[in-house]
Design a binder for this molecule. Structure first.
Ligand code: BES
Ligand code: ZN
Ligand code: ZN
Length: 515
């Protein structure tokens, strides 16, 4: 897929004041007094402009803020952007990732061609430079991303290319930054790829076109293969959940299986991973139809499946020494004379029966077949991800995904990956009390909790936990974090691509690869 904005990232050893660039970005903490030597030198060449901004209180180093200074031919750079990093004590790796995103977001807005980032310098030795190079590069891609592939009337609002360099005055440091840069670029580009796929509306992406995209991806990448079950194969295999959800649409469902085989000895010592992603290419609710307001956002109901697709792409490109299945049940949830109905009893792929009480609780209906398939493939660890419940959005808002599961160690590993990747999670319950509400009197399970709808994020997870056999399992509910309705300082509106960084980092951490 052609990138919407072609972003190139390199590293470069150069003095701050000699750096020839359209925009030189420097990070400053809110509570650090004074400037380091190279910044001091820059400040004197700029006749004290940086000092002035700080002294006058126009720039306080607060998180998410920035201030622009013009180079005026006194230095190599045309502009200097001071980027606020907040309080030093509170800084994490995500601070530098966000600072990079903030910078490139502005650069695109300002139609700037070249950007030089010296953001890492303020952190001193706090984080490994390779890890920082990766985080900054991920941020570069995240902040510069735009989705406008269907805008045909050129409004000349942006350039098609952006050239970025990570700079330092010390070549041993640029070398370390450069090591992380390459992985960061792979992950960053993959996240942009995922955002574009997720942003494409339901008339462009349906289960079959999504499956075609997955096959195309696998053809181009070593170690990656793709199998797609069409509606006939779904029927033959008894994938009742996926079939039921897809039954109301003219666009038939698909079951997409991506398999990444590392082909290395090291991979055989690691657990086999199954990633299962919900891909509802449009969720109207079906017969239990949704209200009209914001229904358009349900084109993003495929975000979990796309996070899995993206992670498989990244795993193959990074040649990670671990074997992974990417399982993507894809369907369109539509109301029609052929739709599944409230009251229907569905026999799922696992053999378990489910009483449908609400056709809008369709995510669990497709994921249960995906999970059972992962069990059949003997995956040791299974992680499912999807925009499952409005309840999760109500509970956690737009900052964190809900995380449930049946294994403490796995939960901790995912929490660790969240910290490293900046895609945050919050552990929520899904135990017995919640499962009890998901039992039916006329089938094995019901797809909507008995008595109330309250706590549906937990009820949904408890339901899914019934399909994982003996595997270690975690569930990520990304409803809420999948989309930004409004642009922020760090990103444009639309899909966030949530999950690509988190899951790729999870896999990388398992293989011991950090930067
Ligand atoms: N795709 C929705 C959940 C959702 C809501 C995602 C808001 C993103 C933003 C899901 O399929 C759904 O409709 N869930 C129902 C479940 C209910 C019927 C038990 C919901 O949350 O209302
Ligand atoms: Zn729904
Ligand atoms: Zn849905």
């Amino acid at each position: 897929m052609k990138e919407i904005i072609n972003v190139e990232v390199k590293s470069h050893k150069v003095d701050l004041s000699n750096c020839k660039t359209d925009l030189l970005a420097i990070g400053l903490f809110a509570d650090t007094k004074g400037l380091d030597k190279p910044t001091q030198e820059l400040n004197s060449k700029l006749k004290g402009a940086i000092d002035q901004l700080i002294k006058l209180g126009d720039f306080k180093g607060k998180d998410g803020t920035s201030a622009l200074i013009y180079g005026n031919e006194q230095i190599g750079a045309k502009r200097v952007l001071l980027v606020g990093l907040g309080e030093k004590q509170k800084a994490t790796l995500d601070t530098v990732r966000k600072a990079a995103a903030n910078t490139t977001n502005k650069a695109v807005e300002m139609k700037i061609k070249t950007v030089s980032l010296a953001l890492h310098r303020a952190f001193g030795g706090r984080f490994d430079l390779t890890v920082m190079g990766r985080a900054m590069t991920e941020g570069v891609y995240f902040g510069s991303y735009r989705y406008d592939e269907f805008v045909t009337e050129s409004k000349n609002e942006r350039l098609d290319t952006l050239s970025v360099e990570l700079i330092d005055t010390d070549s041993t440091k640029t070398r370390k930054l450069n090591q992380g840069l390459s992985n960061g670029a792979t992950i960053g580009k993959t996240q942009s790829y995922a955002r574009t796929l997720a942003n494409r509306p339901g008339n462009v992406i349906n289960p079959a076109t999504l499956a075609a995209e997955a096959s195309k991806l696998a053809r181009g990448l070593k170690g990656l293969s793709c199998t797609v079950f069409d509606e006939k194969q779904l029927t033959a295999k008894g994938m009742g959940g996926v079939l039921a959800v897809g039954s109301g649409s003219k666009n038939p469902p698909r079951f997409i299986i991506l398999k990444y085989q590392a082909g290395s000895k090291a991979a055989r010592k690691l657990p086999v991973i199954g990633l299962v992603g919900k891909a509802i290419t449009f969720d109207s609710g079906g017969i239990s139809i949704k209200r009209a307001a914001n229904m358009d956002q349900m084109k993003l109901d495929k975000s979990g499946g796309i996070a899995v697709l993206g992670t498989m792409k990244a795993a193959a490109e990074l040649k990670l020494p671990i074997n992974v299945y990417g399982i993507i049940p894809a369907a369109e949830n539509m109301p029609s004379g052929t739709s599944y109905r409230p009251g229907d009893i569905i026999t799922t792929f696992s053999g378990k029966t489910v009483e449908v009480l609400d056709t809008d609780a369709e995510g669990r209906m497709v994921l249960c077949d995906g999970l059972a398939y992962a069990v059949k493939q003997k995956c040791d660890i299974i992680i499912d991800i999807g925009t499952l419940t409005g309840a999760c959005k109500v509970a956690l808002g737009k900052h964190m995904a809900g995380l449930m599961g049946n294994d403490e160690k796995l939960i901790k590993q995912i929490q660790g990956a969240a910290q490293d990747s900046g895609e945050k999670v919050w552990h929520m319950p899904s135990g017995e009390e919640y499962l009890a509400e998901m039992k039916s009197n006329i089938a094995d399970l019901r797809n909507l909790a008995y008595v109330t709808k309250y706590g549906d994020a937990c009820g949904g997870a408890a339901f899914l936990g019934q399909f994982v056999g003996d595997a270690k399992w975690a569930h990520l509910d990304i409803a809420g974090v999948d989309i930004f309705e409004k642009a922020t300082k760090f990103m444009s509106e639309g899909s966030s691509g949530f999950g690509v960084r988190l899951l790729t980092t999870f896999l990388m951490n398992l293989t011991g690869k950090k930067g």
